[in-house]
Structures are given as C-alpha cells and as structure tokens.
Design a protein around this ligand. Structure first.
Ligand SMILES: Nc1ncnc2c1ncn2[C@@H]1O[C@H](COP(=O)(O)OP(=O)(O)OP(=O)(O)O)[C@@H](O)[C@H]1O
Ligand SMILES: [Mg+2]
Length: 263
C-alpha cells in the first residue's frame, strides 16, 4: 500500500448508523486531507461522537465504508484500528484517577505493545519508559509525573488524556471536545498544544467552541441531524446560510458565525 502523498488520510463513504428509529449518522461521505487540521462542528445530538465511534470501531456501522491511509478498516475491531494508527479521546474524560500521571501513560504505552507480558524483554520495558518520558515532555506534564491523576486540574486531565492517546503513537488522532469546560487560560494552553501536535500527527477535532474552531481549523465540517450540512474552509463555512440557520438559537455561537474569520 503506497498511497500518494496527498491521498486522504481518512475517507468515509456513505456511513450510516441507526439507533432504533433514530438515524444518528446519515449517509456521511467525507474526505480528510493530510496535513490539515480538520474540525467537526454541529449542534448537540448531530451525530459527531457517533461518527468517531464508527471510525474507531467502537460501534459497527449499518452501512458504509471507512478507509484509513488508503486501507479499508470497515468492520475492524477497535484494537486493530488502534494498532493501525488511529487513536481517540473520549468526550467524557477517562483517566485512571487513582494512578499517577506517569502510570496512566505507562498503561496506554504498554497496551500498544500487546497484553502486559511478564516475560517481556528489558528492551521493551526500557522503550516504554522512554516513551512515557517523551509524552510527559511533549505535553508539558513532566513536573506532574508522580501526581495522582485525580488531583489534576481540568486542563491537565485533558492534556493527560491526549497524552494517553498519543502514547499509542497514532498517525491520526480523533479529539472529542478536548477543551470542554476549560478556563480561558487552560483553553489557550490546550489549543497551543493541539496546534503543536498537528505538526506531526493528523488531527480531527470535534469542538463546540466556535472561537477555538475558527482559530485552529484548516477545514470545517458541519453536521446536523446525522448528515453533513457543509464542509469547507472556515471562510466558506462562516458565509454558509444553512450553517447559520443550524445554529439559530445558540447565541454565543452566532456571534462567531457573524464574524468568525481571523487573520
Ligand atoms: N448508544 C446509543 N444508543 C442510542 N442512541 C444514541 C447512542 N449514542 C448516541 N445516540 C443518539 O444519537 C444521536 C447523536 O448522538 P451523538 O452523541 O453522536 O451526538 P453529538 O453530535 O456528539 O452531540 P454532543 O454535541 O451533544 O456531544 C443523539 O440523538 C443521541 O441521543
Ligand atoms: Mg458528542
């Protein structure tokens, strides 16, 4: 498999998911170009998280196909998809509160190597140690390595979660509302970190904060009622009448739909 350099990192064709009578993801077809930070926005219940669940194999789709770096991953189990290079964070933060920051990272770094093996070689042990150190540095969490995760600030927990996802050394990282509930200072720090990570890892981000989305995204996809309403540059999305309509009644977002484009 030698995909051309500009081939989509992720391609979704006609992806559909029903929950009983509800169509949560409705015939979604989408391409994610490499090297571009892609944001998915849309009102509550639009199907954004379900789309991530389908891509990462957490849920089976009812129909449609998913291709990652040119390879079909439709129907693969989550651990297979993870090993191929897709990592994700969850909308509800999910670190091990009783464990230290370093031990949280250790678990995910080691899990990528397969089940914990008592006969594992010292090399693999050392490699995992080095990986944990690297991720601690990368996320700016080194000073908190031995702190219990449950005592961290909201912003540090979110960074730890991202650290746990990247300790699997993914090519593609799916972030589900990584800055939800953060203070402005925590938001700024996390946004800077996401930008930095995007230099080396492909990132798709679900986010409600329009200010953040329009600040960092190269491409934006808008979902509503399971379907894609619009997809394009921040400028095109800001000017899209259907997008404005989808957000009517969400005053704080409308402000940014009115004047979202920053230099
Ligand atoms: N496991 C499930 N079983 C039944 N219905 C579900 C399930 N997961 C999601 N849904 C429904 O599917 C729709 C899409 O949900 P989803 O969580 O994907 O939306 P979302 O765009 O991520 O919303 P939010 O912005 O609130 O996180 C919603 O109506 C939701 O209630
Ligand atoms: Mg969601």
């Amino acid at each position: 498999m030698n995909a051309p350099a500009n081939a989509p990192i992720l391609r979704i064709e006609g992806l559909t998911k029903h929950f009983g009578g509800l169509t949560a993801v409705d015939d979604v077809t989408l391409e994610f170009a490499p090297g571009r930070l892609h944001a998915i926005i849309g009102p509550n219940g639009a199907g954004k998280t379900t789309l991530f669940n389908l891509i990462s194999g957490f849920l089976p789709s009812d129909s449609g196909r998913v291709f990652f770096a040119g390879r079909e991953i439709t129907g693969l189990k989550p651990h297979r998809i993870s090993r191929l290079g897709i990592a994700r964070t969850l909308q509800v933060k999910s670190v091990f509160h009783q464990l230290s920051v370093a031990d949280n990272l250790w678990i995910t770094a080691q899990a990528q190597r397969g089940v914990l093996n008592p006969f594992r070689s010292t090399t693999s042990y050392r490699e995992t140690c080095e990986k944990v150190e690297r991720v601690l540095e990368q996320l700016g969490l080194a000073a908190l390595a031995n702190q219990q995760a449950g005592t961290l600030s909201h912003g540090d927990i979110a960074l730890l979660e991202i650290g746990m996802a990247i300790s699997a050394e993914p090519k593609l990282l799916l972030l589900d509302e990584p800055i939800c509930g953060m203070s402005p200072a925590e938001t700024a720090r996390t946004v800077a970190k996401i930008r930095e990570l995007a230099q080396t890892i492909e990132i798709v981000l679900i986010e409600h904060d329009m200010e953040v989305v329009f600040e960092i995204a190269d491409d934006i996809t808008v979902m509503a009622q399971g379907a894609i309403l619009a997809s394009g540059s921040p400028q095109a999305i800001a000017a899209d009448e259907r997008v404005r309509e989808a957000y009517l009644g969400r005053a704080e977002d409308e402000d940014y739909i009115e004047e979202p484009v920053r230099a």
